[in-house]
Design a binder for this molecule. Structure first.
Ligand code: ZN
Length: 162
């Protein structure tokens, strides 16, 4: 599988793989994106969260958390119990696939996370774990399965993934 992904990345030279994301959050308790997508060829994703509002972190901060959609509610609830000092996230919870720290207005933070634990086409969501924000600040996260499309479009070549 890793071989197939690497080959797909190399052969898709027409445009660079989309492995970087920037998400904005504001004082209206909104992300500026309802869905995010990265190419399955990305071994790592670099994500920047920018709080474009003015509210301080302990008043109305935001973070960006990635998890399976089915785990979002449980993580958010555990995060509220964990409290602000823990970034409103349960420490060491393996259901959390990636997470930034909480930022306040005017601040930005960047994380890099591996896609090794993500399945192309899997049902993932990103959300803010700040208390009361999760229902409003939430969207789909997709690891696109482009390499399988590319394989389907080149019937003249032998399969590389045997
Ligand atoms: Zn938030």
């Amino acid at each position: 599988m890793a071989w197939a992904l690497a080959l797909a990345t190399c052969s898709g030279a027409a445009h660079a793989a989309n492995c970087q994301l920037t998400v904005e959050a504001n004082d209206m308790i909104q992300f500026n994106a309802r869905a995010l997508q990265v190419d399955a060829g990305c071994s790592e994703v670099q994500l920047t969260l920018h709080h474009v509002g003015k509210m301080e972190a302990h008043v109305l901060g935001h973070d960006w958390v990635l998890a399976r959609s089915a785990d979002v509610a449980a993580i958010a609830n555990a995060g509220i119990a964990a409290g602000f000092d823990k970034g409103y996230l349960p420490l060491g919870d393996r259901r959390i696939l990636a997470a930034t720290k909480i930022v306040g207005g005017g601040e930005a933070t960047t994380i890099t996370f591996s896609t090794a634990n993500l399945v192309p086409g899997g049902d993932y969501s990103f959300f803010c774990s700040y208390p009361g924000h999760t229902s409003m600040m939430r969207g789909r996260f997709q690891l696109s399965a482009k390499e399988s499309l590319a394989a389907n479009h080149s019937p003249g070549q032998p399969s590389v993934g045997h």
